[in-house]
Design a binder for this molecule. Sequence first.
Ligand code: ATP
Ligand code: MG
Length: 280
Amino acid sequence: MPDALAVRNLEKRYGSVRALRGVDLTVEEGQLVGLLGPNGAGKSTLVKIAAGLVRASAGDARVAGARAGSRPARAALGYLAELFRFPGWYTADEVLELHQRLAGSRGGAAERARLLELVALSEARDRRVDGMSKGMAQRLGIAQALVGEPRLLLLDEPTSALDPVGRRTVRLLLEELRGRGVSVLLNSHLLSEIELVCDHVAILLGGEVVAAGSPQQLAQPRGVELETDEGVHTVEGVTRDDVPRLVEEAVRSGRRVYGVRVLTSTLEETYLEAVGGETS
Ligand SMILES: Nc1ncnc2c1ncn2[C@@H]1O[C@H](COP(=O)(O)OP(=O)(O)OP(=O)(O)O)[C@@H](O)[C@H]1O
Ligand SMILES: [Mg+2]
């Protein structure tokens, strides 16, 4: 089975601006991939190319094996734009109905009811968009992206307007979708969120991938802290695997060991190091 999204050596120039400079990124079937990066890094551009809304200047982007922008590629994906706006006078149900028509979904009322339930909006089925909180509108946006059961979901900052409870709702929803085998590419500035849900993370800076791996790989080990009768000191360049040896050596040299702590950097620290505190 082809990957849900395969991006190879992707480049995008907007006039003199080089938004993407040779990006490789894969979203495997069923994987939840997070795309991080400062403002202007190229995250939305990459997602828009995958969605077929922006044409790449060079390189290749494929959705479920089909060229991005082609009909089969568009049929295989759901997209929630960074800045989206539904007509204010539409009800939640009507928004989904409109998108069913646009996507050619034959799911009917049953699909709409299922999606509203999934995003906890069943009660708001007949509420107009104008009367929704930002969080409700954003959850409706996610439901809209799921119309027609896409294999790949492209979410450009789906939690930017949400309060902590709303974010948690979306996070649980993403986990639920992963359980169903949906592949997701998620743009976000919320590192803790990415750390919690994603299988794989790529950090973009100035149109290039500057770091990639699982959240655990990116949150690298930073040494081991030993507390002995001589006080607390940090041994650098070692990992959890070195702990038994370190304790043994300390004890053999007459120390009394009171505590051991394996130090790791958070994804946030790795991120700040990778982007050098920059906004491009
Ligand atoms: N339509 C456009 N015309 C010209 N330049 C553009 C266009 N869209 C994006 N850019 C430029 O391309 C670069 C990447 O923009 P993009 O929106 O992809 O970044 P981003 O990572 O999504 O940023 P943010 O976190 O602010 O959403 C920026 O320098 C931006 O100004
Ligand atoms: Mg963006």
